[in-house]
Design a protein around this ligand. Structure first.
Ligand code: MG
Length: 281
């Protein structure tokens, strides 16, 4: 595949991102797929999905796990509900994550993405050790599937995440870099973070956002690509600098406004196409 193929975050049934038909109308060659619900994660459905994708000329570059009960309503709610950190749901979610990985394998996908949740910043805490243990368990399972785990960035500063990646000792643990999340969660300037994490970046989101006036306490604001504080031209230059050549996957989470979502993704594709030409000229 050529450098930086364009993509969008998409889903086959209920889930984050745009519907597969919208991805097709937008003429993107790649998607990050939000994992379908359990009833759809069967070998028969995998074959159907693969046919739909082949008919549309679309490849899945990463399957993202999500879990019932997760809410991104505000930062404290994310802490309490998202990923493998919340203790109450951890065991069930680890099982489901492994099922999602098996489904991704049926689709021929070798990267599984995940918001692991807020990694505790205190590395001496019991919770930090628990999150290390659960991540190692998942990575071991994925390794047997010849798959890698891509952690979504944003919920911790780059240095904290880098230390965590090294502490796991897992050689199939990488990063899905989302520059807007760094801003939305108030976890540091995204482009220096991208350079710090560069060796681990194996997939990325193209998303934009503006800083909160209380970074880390309240959300910043997700905005259309190019209208936020990321600086998309500099983002692409930094991706080039770290040697990233994989898909540029647009994420725009306004499912309540599908027409606007599609229009804004269309504009984002145009922006990225223009910038790609500039960045590689
Ligand atoms: Mg993202």
């Amino acid at each position: 595949m050529s450098k930086w193929p364009l993509g969008v975050f998409a889903s086959i049934d209920a889930g984050l991102g745009v519907n597969l038909d919208v991805a097709h109308e937008l003429q993107v060659p790649t998607i990050h797929l939000h994992a379908p619900q359990k009833s759809s994660r069967t070998p028969e459905r995998a074959e159907e999905f693969l046919k739909q994708l082949a008919d549309r000329g679309i490849e899945i570059s990463c399957v993202f796990a999500g879990f019932e009960g997760e809410s991104y309503a505000d930062i404290p709610t994310v802490t309490a509900t998202v990923g493998l950190v919340p203790a109450d749901t951890r065991t069930a979610r680890v099982s489901e994550l492994k099922e999602i990985a098996d489904f991704a394998k049926l689709l021929g996908v070798t990267a599984v993405g995940l918001h692991v949740g807020f990694v505790p910043h205190d590395t001496t805490s019991a919770m930090y050790q628990e999150v290390l243990a659960v991540t190692r368990d998942v990575c071991k399972y994925l390794k047997a599937n010849d798959q890698n785990l891509h952690l979504e960035t944003g919920q911790e500063p780059a240095e904290t995440l880098l230390a965590f990646l090294k502490d796991t000792g897992c050689d199939n643990l990488f990063i899905n870099f989302d520059p807007a999340n760094m801003i939305l969660y108030g976890c540091g300037e995204p482009l220096p973070a991208l350079e710090i994490l560069g060796d681990y970046v194996r997939s990325i989101h193209c998303k934009d956002g503006t800083w909160s006036d209380k970074p880390g306490e309240t959300w910043g604001c997700e905005v259309p690509l190019g209208q936020g504080d990321v600086n998309m031209a500099a983002y692409l230059q930094t991706l080039d600098k770290i040697g990233y050549t994989g898909p540029l996957t647009i994420e725009r989470e306004i499912p309540q406004e599908p027409e606007r979502q599609k229009a804004e993704i269309g504009q984002a594709l145009q922006l990225l196409n223009d910038l790609k030409q500039g960045a590689t000229a």
